[in-house]
Design a protein around this ligand. Structure first.
Ligand code: HEM
Length: 417
C-alpha cells in the first residue's frame, strides 16, 4: 500500500526475515504488514512478500500463474567457491517442489502411489516404539532438551526407514545433512558454504549409489516401490528422477517435522492449562497438532515466481517476480482465524492453515508428519505429564528465512522415574 502523502510504501526497504527481533517473534511485524502493505516489493531481497491468507492460498493453487521453479534456489547469494563444488558433483534437477507440469504431474503420481496411506499407517507402531525408546532414555533425568532427545531423532529415523536407507547409515547421513537448511535459506559464511557444499556432494552420491543398489535388491520400502514403477515402464519414471525424489524426500521429511513438533510442544507447555487439558483428554491431541501447525508453520515462508503479469490483492506484480509467501502471516490472518495470535487447541478451523501448501504441490508427507506429531504428544502426555519448560531458558529460534523452530527446548521433569 502506498502512503498517500509520500507515495512510498511504508515498509519497503525494511523487511528483513533474519532480523533478530523478527526471528524471536515475527507475529507483531506480520500483523503490521498485513494492515499496511499486504503485498509489496522488497528491494533488499528482490522479492515480493505476500501476507494475507486469501492471497497466499490463491498463489498456491494457481500453478499456471505461479511457478514453483525457485523453491530450492538459495535465498541469499552463494560464494563462487561453493557454487563450483556444487557444479562439479551435485546434480539435482527440478523434479518435485521446484518442478512444473507436465513433468511434475507425471513424477508426483508415482510418488503419491508409493507414499500410500497403507505405508504411512503401517509406520504407526514403529513410530510409537521408537518414541517409547527415546522417552525411556530421558524419563529418569530431571532436565533434558526435547529437541535433541525426541523431536530431532524421531522424524529422521522414520523417514530414513520409509525410504529404506540402512539404519547403520543414519548417523553419517545426519552429519552430511548438517546445516543444509542454513545453506539454502540462511546466511552462512563462505567457509561454511564450502563445507556444506562438500557434504551435499557426498549426500548426492550416497542417494545415487543407494538407488542403484536397491534396483538390484528390491524390498518393501518407498524407494523399491518407485523402482518397481520404473522397471514396469522405464520411460514413465527414470532412475535419475527417483534419485532426485529420494534426495528431496529425505530432507523434506525430517527438519520440517522436527521444527513443527518442537514449536507445538513449546506452545503447549507455555500454555500450561492447555497442556493439562490434553493430558487429561488425549482426544484433543489431533486438533492440538493442527493448532501447532497453524501457529508456527515450520516452513514459515515459501517461494513462487510469476509466469505472467498478475494482480495480487490489488497490486500489479510483473512477470518473473519472485514471491515470498509469508505462510506464518497467512496462518495468523484475522480475516481467516479470529483472535489469531491466541494459541487455542479448541480452535474450530485450525486445519485451514496453509502450512502444508495447497494445490498441485501440496505436501504429500503431511499424513506422516501429522502421525508423528500425534504419537509424540500421546506418548509424552501419558508418560511425562508433569513436564515443564525450564524456567531459566529463553527459547532461541533458527536464524533462517524459511524454517522456523526452536534450536533447543529444555524442560524440567519434576518426577524422574
Ligand atoms: C510439519 C512437517 C512438514 C511441513 C510443514 C511441510 C511443508 C511443505 C510445504 C509448504 C510444501 C510445498 C507446497 C508447495 O510448493 O506448494 C511441501 C511439499 C513437499 N513435502 Fe512437505 N512438509 C512437511 C513434512 C513432510 C514430510 C514428512 C515429507 C516426506 C516424508 C514431506 C515431503 C514433501 C515433498 C516431497 C514435497 C513436494 C511435493 C510436490 O512438489 O509435489 N514433507 N511440504
Amino acid at each position: 500500500m502506498l502512503n498517500s502523502s509520500t507515495g512510498r510504501c511504508p515498509v519497503q526497504g525494511r523487511f528483513d526475515p533474519l532480523a533478530p527481533g523478527y526471528i524471536a517473534d515475527p507475529y507483531p511485524a506480520l500483523a503490521t504488514l498485513r494492515e499496511e502493505a499486504p503485498v509489496f516489493y522488497e528491494p533488499r531481497l528482490d522479492m515480493w512478500p505476500v501476507t494475507r491468507h486469501e492471497d497466499v492460498k490463491r498463489i498456491l493453487t494457481d500453478h499456471e500463474s505461479f511457478s514453483g521453479a525457485i523453491t530450492q534456489t538459495p535465498f541469499y547469494p552463494l560464494a563462487e567457491e561453493a557454487k563450483e563444488i556444487l557444479d562439479a558433483g551435485f546434480h539435482a534437477t527440478p523434479t518435485v517442489s521446484n518442478c512444473d507440469p507436465p513433468k511434475h504431474t507425471r513424477v508426483r503420481a508415482f510418488n503419491v502411489k508409493a507414499f500410500s496411506a497403507r505405508r504411512v499407517a503401517g509406520l504407526e507402531p514403529v513410530i510409537r516404539a521408537y518414541t517409547t525408546e527415546l522417552l525411556d532414555a530421558v524419563a529418569s533425568r530431571s532436565r533434558f532438551d526435547l529437541v535433541r532427545e525426541l523431536t530431532a531423532p524421531l522424524p529422521a529415523k522414520i523417514v530414513f526407514s520409509l525410504i529404506g536407507f540402512p539404519e547403520s547409515d543414519s548417523e553419517a547421513l545426519k552429519a552430511l545433512a548438517l546445516n543444509r537448511m542454513a545453506f539454502t535459506w540462511g546466511r552462512s559464511t563462505k567457509d561454511e558454504q564450502v563445507r556444506i557444499a562438500g557434504r551435499m556432494v557426498e549426500y548426492w552420491r550416497y542417494c545415487t549409489d543407494f538407488v542403484a543398489a536397491r534396483k538390484e535388491d528390491l524390498r518393501d520400502d518407498f524407494t523399491s516401490d518407485l523402482l518397481r514403477s520404473h522397471l514396469a515402464d522405464p520411460a514413465a519414471l527414470s532412475v535419475e528422477e527417483i534419485v532426485n525424489v529420494i534426495h528431496a524426500v529425505s530432507f523434506a521429511g525430517h527438519e520440517t517435522t522436527t521444527n513443527a513438533s518442537s514449536s507445538t510442544l513449546q506452545r503447549l507447555l507455555a500454555h500450561r492449562e492447555q497442556w493439562e487439558e490434553i493430558c487429561a483428554d488425549p482426544s484433543l491431541i489431533p486438533n492440538a497438532v493442527e493448532e501447532g501447525l497453524r501457529f508456527d508453520p515450520s516452513l514459515h515462508t515459501w517461494r513462487k515466481i510469476t509466469t505472467r503479469e498478475v494482480d495480487i490483492g490489488g497490486v500489479t506484480v510483473p512477470a518473473g517476480a519472485k514471491l515470498l509467501l509469508l505462510i506464518g502471516s497467512a496462518n495468523h490472518d484475522p480475516a481467516r482465524f479470529p483472535d489469531p495470535d491466541q494459541f487455542d487447541v479448541h480452535r474450530s478451523n485450525s486445519q485451514q492453515h496453509l502450512t502444508f501448501g495447497r494445490g498441485i504441490h501440496a505436501c504429500f508427507g503431511a499424513p506422516l508428519a501429522r502421525l508423528e506429531m500425534r504419537v509424540m504428544l500421546e506418548e509424552l502426555t501419558a508418560r511425562l505429564p508433569h513436564l515443564r519448560l525450564a524456567a531459566d531458558e529463553v527459547v532461541r529460534y533458527h536464524e533462517n528465512a524459511c524454517f522456523r523452530g526452536p534450536v533447543q527446548l529444555w524442560v524440567d521433569n519434576p518426577s524422574p522415574a
